[in-house]
Design a binder for this molecule. Structure first.
Ligand SMILES: *[C@@H]1O[C@H](CO)[C@@H](O)[C@H](O)[C@H]1NC(C)=O
Ligand SMILES: *[C@@H]1O[C@H](CO)[C@@H](O)[C@H](O)[C@H]1NC(C)=O
Ligand SMILES: *[C@@H]1O[C@H](CO)[C@@H](O)[C@H](O)[C@H]1NC(C)=O
Ligand SMILES: *[C@@H]1O[C@H](CO)[C@@H](O)[C@H](O)[C@H]1NC(C)=O
Ligand SMILES: *[C@@H]1O[C@H](CO)[C@@H](O)[C@H](O)[C@H]1NC(C)=O
Ligand SMILES: *[C@@H]1O[C@H](CO)[C@@H](O)[C@H](O)[C@H]1NC(C)=O
Ligand SMILES: *[C@@H]1O[C@H](CO)[C@@H](O)[C@H](O)[C@H]1NC(C)=O
Ligand SMILES: *[C@@H]1O[C@H](CO)[C@@H](O)[C@H](O)[C@H]1NC(C)=O
Ligand SMILES: *[C@@H]1O[C@H](CO)[C@@H](O)[C@H](O)[C@H]1NC(C)=O
Length: 894
């Protein structure tokens, strides 16, 4: 990547030097006054004055720099001095990260001043990747009749594309691509104007709404000169094309991905035989891989990913002798991999992940793949059978074979692959020790290494620092590694060795003197023991610290306060002692605190409420904490999960509890903070918590952000259930059991319309069960046993469906209990019942809306990031830079 940028930058500088130098020459020749025409210079200054330039990249455009031909982005004609190129692409576009980090930093916005028209000789205008925030493309651009290149790609323009662009008859390249996050509102009514553009070779209208341009194929067909055509995400459908005889005699690139050609590919596409690049990703086609593609013998890039294609991969795919990239991932392809694929000697990238391919893959499948660099084949049912001394003809840089059957032996042929940067062998059924050469020769190169979910055993040796590599990630979790924790390179960003049998003290690891870049450290579910050394000051970047389910002892060291970026702290199920250290109040970004099942003593710190205002999950279950519940806890407005159960808490439930506003929301919100992502925007580690609901313990992860819970059970709380508690309308689980609560169950409990699990058992509650409880239509766990309740159990579909054990140990009567009620006291409550039924209907509707909103809030970032990743990958491919990308996924395996 860096090399690519440097090349591009030096080419640009060279170009600039040449143009400066040659302008001086012309000046000496006296061909024109000054090196830049005054009129054009003023026009440029006027143009600039209407722009908002947040990063000041047009600062060289000023009065003190007289020659406008040397201004950034401006190029003049050697001999005439006229401005003939204006290249103002957002420089951040080079990085490829724009969709992720935003256009705001360096993107120009504002207006396009018509003074631009003074630049009559302009032949190249590039405003791509800027940030014009829905501004209409000015139709006066159509007067710049010398324009050969007009590039407004992803520049944030919106609305109707002016048909006057049809007057730009010199155009060779027209790029008006919208943004692929579908925020773009660019559209056209009709493409008639295209037919005037007789010289057009390159047309990009991707992510422009063409749904009204019903005759788009015919119109584009009239531009006989077209070579590259990009119409991805244009809301095209197959009804629009009746064309049989096409006119595309020189077309080489066609991108129609992200449209809807359900159920099958339009025939006219198959009649084009000149293509070398064809993208048909995500167009809703099903059935077998279209036979007609066979005639496209020049194909170098073929992308059929993310469709519904089934049947097997045909043998004739092996005849595409020029093929460089073949993407069939994310379909329903079955059968085995044809050996003919092994003939594709030009192939650099093979992408077949997420299909139903099965059978054995052997040396023959790779016999002539001498150029292969990328192999993505995860999530199939393929098995690798190669001889132990196989020496592959390829040198891979990225290989993902998640959930292949690769074992039981560790694949020895990997030893030859010493350029690997990205390796995923997770869920590979490998039951072996990892050979020394893997750790010695390969492991320090990886930017992404995933060996998780195998049965790898033996000790992990110290891993040497990686030279020059950044962003490295190692997932060694869910294996059988043993021994002690080795040293890892300081530039590691994520380390997951959870679910192994690694033991001993971690002091050597922690106190390794160099500053580490680690953001995620997951050591959970091992056999670690001993005290945690006071060395956190070497780990200042840490955001997620998971040490749960080990045998750590001692107190939390004070240096934890150095981890000021910490978001998630899991110490669950160890033998930690002492008080919750005061220094933790410096970790202001904490959203998750799980200290459950330890021997912590002392108070619930009052500063939690004041200092840790982002906390969403606070779990102190099963410790020896003895205090009141401090009213400061009510300040935690983001709190969704409060579990203080199994401690020695005394006093009353604070009335201010209704200030926990995250629990009053009936709608789900998009709590993205509950998962963690660092590279490429995909979820790396899911936040999780063990919670008791409905009388059972569950591990919540992907739906944790949807959960709202208060569990105060098994303490020594007394007094009444405050009515304020019932205003937490978003609460789904409430457990107050095993305390000394007295008084009545508040009638307003029916306000908590989303509650699914309600446990008030083993207290001293008295009076009747309020009839309004019958309106809690989501209730599916209910327990009021062992209180002093009396009277008839109200009737409702739910309340009688619970087991009698939910009610025993009271003076209650009526079903589901066996004893009938003697005097009928239910009459008076009847009116309430009706009101409550209406309420419940209302809540039900809210719930459905809430679910839809919440679900998409949660899931859509994943969908988006997938498409983003593919787009990014294409960007790299398209630039022919051999770039080190590594791709992360949310594990779905095993
Ligand atoms: C510069 O202008 C001259 C005269 O109009 C023209 O012939 C020539 O093609 C132009 N050069 C470039 C690079 O546009
Ligand atoms: C400018 O003119 C010089 C010779 O005068 C020539 O070598 C150079 O290629 C020209 N540059 C452009 C961009 O036309
Ligand atoms: C093209 O320009 C001519 C005059 O220059 C104008 O009359 C005509 O309306 C323009 N056509 C379009 C489609 O804008
Ligand atoms: C696309 O444009 C059509 C007609 O202009 C409009 O009805 C439709 O809503 C637009 N689609 C989107 C997704 O904006
Ligand atoms: C094919 O292209 C030519 C030249 O661009 C054009 O004149 C002709 O109308 C086109 N034919 C069809 C059937 O669109
Ligand atoms: C392998 O590729 C070479 C060219 O790179 C070709 O000459 C040879 O025939 C191919 N062999 C097979 C078995 O495809
Ligand atoms: C945990 O530590 C305790 C006390 O040191 C010890 O008795 C116990 O065996 C350890 N458990 C494991 C699983 O190592
Ligand atoms: C806390 O989180 C915010 C928002 O994610 C971030 O900008 C800030 O840098 C974090 N603070 C520290 C000390 O890491
Ligand atoms: C959801 O996320 C968006 C974008 O990050 C943010 O603007 C919005 O306020 C969030 N909504 C809620 C309810 O948190």
């Amino acid at each position: 990547m860096d090399e690519c940028i440097i090349k591009a930058a030096s080419a640009f500088l060279l170009g600039l030097l040449i143009s400066v130098f040659s302008n001086r020459n012309s000046f000496c020749d006296g061909k024109f006054e000054g090196s830049c025409r005054e009129r054009e210079k003023h026009a440029l200054l006027k143009f600039k004055s209407d722009l908002i330039d947040p990063s000041g990249r047009l600062s060289s455009w000023g009065v003190d720099q007289k020659d406008c031909c040397v201004w950034v982005g401006v190029t003049c004609n050697n001999s005439t001095g006229h401005v003939h190129e204006l290249r103002l692409q957002n420089p951040d576009a080079e990085s490829g990260w724009l969709p992720y980090f935003g256009y705001e930093k360096s993107g120009l916005s504002g207006k396009i001043n018509p003074s631009l028209l003074v630049l009559k000789r302009l032949s190249h205008l590039d405003l791509s990747y800027n940030n014009f925030k829905g501004l209409q493309i000015p139709d006066f651009i159509s007067s710049l009749t010398h324009l050969r290149v007009l590039d407004l790609s992803e520049a944030g323009f919106g609305g109707l594309i002016p048909q006057q662009l049809g007057n730009l008859s010199s155009l060779v390249s027209l790029r008006l691509k919208g943004r692929d996050d579908y925020t773009s509102t660019l559209r056209v009514q009709d493409l008639q104007w295209l037919s005037n553009l007789r010289l057009l070779k390159h047309l990009d209208l991707s992510f422009v709404n063409l749904s009204n341009a019903s005759n788009w194929v015919e119109k584009v067909n009239m531009v006989g000169s077209i070579e590259e055509l990009y119409l991805a995400g244009c809301y095209l459908d197959s009804h629009t094309s009746l064309l049989t005889n096409n006119n595309f005699t020189s077309i080489s690139t066609l991108d129609l991905s992200h449209n809807n050609f359900e159920p099958s590919l339009p025939r006219w596409i198959l009649s084009i035989t000149t293509l070398d690049s064809l993208s048909l990703s995500q167009i809703g086609i099903s059935g077998p891989i279209p036979f007609g593609l066979r005639n496209m013998s020049n194909l170098q890039n073929l992308d059929l990913s993310s469709n519904l294609l089934d049947s097997s991969i045909p043998k004739w795919v092996g005849n595409f002798s020029s093929l460089i990239s073949l993407d069939l991932s994310n379909n329903q392809l079955n059968g085995s991999l044809p050996e003919s694929l092994g003939h594709l000697s030009m192939l650099e990238g093979l992408y077949i992940s997420s299909n139903f391919l099965e059978g054995i893959v052997s040396e023959a499948h790779f016999s002539n793949l001498t150029n292969m660099i990328y192999l993505y084949a995860s999530d199939n049912s393929l098995s690798m059978h190669v001889s132990p001394d196989w020496n592959p003809v390829f040198q891979l840089e990225q290989m993902e074979l998640r959930s292949w059957k690769l074992g039981p032996k560790f694949p020895s042929w990997l030893r030859s692959q010493n350029k690997l940067l990205d390796l995923d062998l997770s869920c590979g059924q490998i039951a072996d020790s990892v050979p020394y050469w893997f750790w010695d020769e390969l492991s320090s190169h990886f930017m992404y290494l995933n060996l998780s979910h195998n049965q790898l055993h033996g000790e992990i040796p110290n891993i040497a620092p990686t030279l020059g590599a950044i962003h490295s990630v190692m997932y060694l979790n869910s294996n059988k590694f043993s021994g002690s924790l080795p040293l890892f390179p300081p530039n590691l960003r994520e380390l997951d060795v959870s679910r192994n049998s690694i033991s001993g003290n971690i002091s050597r690891f922690l106190c390794d003197k160099q500053p580490h870049e680690l953001k995620i450290l997951h050591l959970g579910d091992n056999l670690f023991s001993g005290k945690i050394a006071n060395c956190w000051n070497n780990w200042l970047q840490l955001e997620v610290l998971m040490l749960g389910n080990n045998n750590f002892t001692g107190s939390i060291p004070i240096s934890i306060g150095h981890l000021q970026g910490l978001r998630s702290l899991h110490l669950r199920n160890n033998s930690f002692t002492g008080v919750i250290p005061l220094s933790l109040q410096k970790c202001k970004n904490l959203t998750m605190i799980d200290l459950s099942i330890n021997n912590f003593i002392g108070n619930i710190p009052t500063w939690i409420g004041k200092m840790l205002t982002k906390v969403m999950v606070l779990i102190l279950r099963s410790n020896k904490i003895s205090s009141d519940i401090p009213h400061q806890l009510c300040e935690l407005v983001s709190l969704q999960i409060l579990d203080l159960s199994n401690n020695k808490l005394t006093g009353k439930i604070p009335k201010c509890i209704n200030k926990l506003s995250a629990m009053t929301r009936v709608k789900y919100s998009n709590h993205t903070a509950i998962s963690y992502a660092y590279y490429g925007g995909e979820i790396a580690i899911l936040e999780n918590a063990f919670l008791v609901t409905k009388g059972l313990e569950f591990q919540y992860d992907s739906i944790l952000s949807l959960m709202t819970l208060i569990d105060l059970s098994n303490n020594v709380l007394s007094g009444e259930i405050p009515e304020e508690l019932t205003s937490l309308k978003g609460l789904r689980a409430l457990n107050l059991s095993k305390n000394h609560l007295s008084g009545v169950i508040p009638k307003s409990i029916s306000n908590m319309g989303l509650v699914e699990s309600l446990d008030l058992s083993t207290n001293q509650l008295s009076g009747k069960i309020p009839a309004s409880i019958a309106s809690l239509s989501f209730l599916n766990y209910f327990n009021v046993s062992f209180n002093e309740l009396s009277g008839q159990i109200p009737t409702s579909t739910q309340l009688q469906s619970f087991d009698a054990s939910s009610y025993v140990g009271n003076k209650l009567c009526g079903p589901p209990l066996q004893n009938d009620c003697i005097d009928n006291t239910i009459e008076a409550d009847h009116q309430d019942d009706n009101d409550d039924a209406k309420e419940s209907e209302k809540f039900y509707i809210c719930m459905i809306i809430g679910f839809v909103v919440g679900f998409w809030g949660l899931i859509s970032p994943l969908l988006y990031s997938y498409s983003w990743r593919r787009t990014y990958f294409r960007f790299l491919d398209a630039n022919w830079c051999r770039v080190y990308v590594y791709v992360r996924r949310w594990f779905r395996c095993c």
